[in-house]
Design a protein around this ligand. Structure first.
Ligand code: ZN
Length: 212
């Protein structure tokens, strides 16, 4: 599997096993909704995990195990969506439609952010980020892991381009300055752990204003 612009295999394994932190799982689910081949790979992992579980757990199943398994399968296949669709952005992939959204906030020239009211994990939370064509974020590094999936449009860093469905994993080792290269605004969903750290003297001056 090509790791470039995809989640790492470790992260997909954690997602398949249901142990990924909830905000990160939301971003991975959005990516999988846009990348059927990766979604199929995760389903195969889950099937293998289920078979292993069958072999290693002889204890009797609880009374509602079948109902819970069926509900999970229906959700995974997208055949039945038990969760009501809550928000005002029908263009979002299905895994993001089930969450309420906060108001758009201006955080810089051509940059708007809105909170996704998905489960948090400590300081890690989910946001939508919309950046106008030709605009870029300040050059920054990260207080924790930052996972981003492109939902529409495209952006480029110094070394790579990210189109719809592409996934970027960044952490304190990565300094980047994403710039929108599509003709339309670029909409992304991101799980941010802690605050971004702006680079350079101007960045440090602007840091108090850069809270996402
Ligand atoms: Zn970043």
């Amino acid at each position: 599997m090509n790791a470039r612009r995809n989640p790492s295999e470790e992260r997909l394994l954690a997602y398949a096993a249901g142990v990924l932190s909830p905000p990160q799982a939301v971003v991975v689910a959005a990516h999988l909704a846009l990348r059927p081949a990766n979604h199929a790979w995760v389903r195969r992992l889950q099937a293998v995990g289920g078979e292993l579980l069958d072999e290693t757990s002889p204890s009797p199943l609880s009374a509602d195990a079948l109902a819970r398994a069926m509900a999970r399968i229906e959700t995974d296949t997208g055949v039945v969506t038990a969760q009501p669709l809550l928000n005002d952005m029908p263009e979002l992939p299905e895994p993001l439609r089930r969450y309420a959204l906060g108001p758009w906030r201006w955080v810089g020239p051509g940059i708007r952010v809105r909170d996704v009211h998905a489960p948090r994990d400590g300081a890690c939370r989910v946001i939508l980020l919309k950046i106008d064509p030709g605009r870029e974020t300040p050059r920054h590094t990260h207080g924790g892991v930052e996972l981003t999936c492109v939902l529409s449009g495209a952006y480029a860093t110094e070394t790579e381009r990210f189109d719809v469905g592409d996934f970027e994993e960044a952490d304190a080792e990565v300094i980047h300055q994403p710039r929108v290269v599509s003709d339309d605004p670029c909409l992304c969903v991101a799980a941010l752990d802690g605050q971004i750290q702006l680079d350079g003297w101007l960045g440090r001056l602007m840091q108090p204003f850069a809270r996402l």
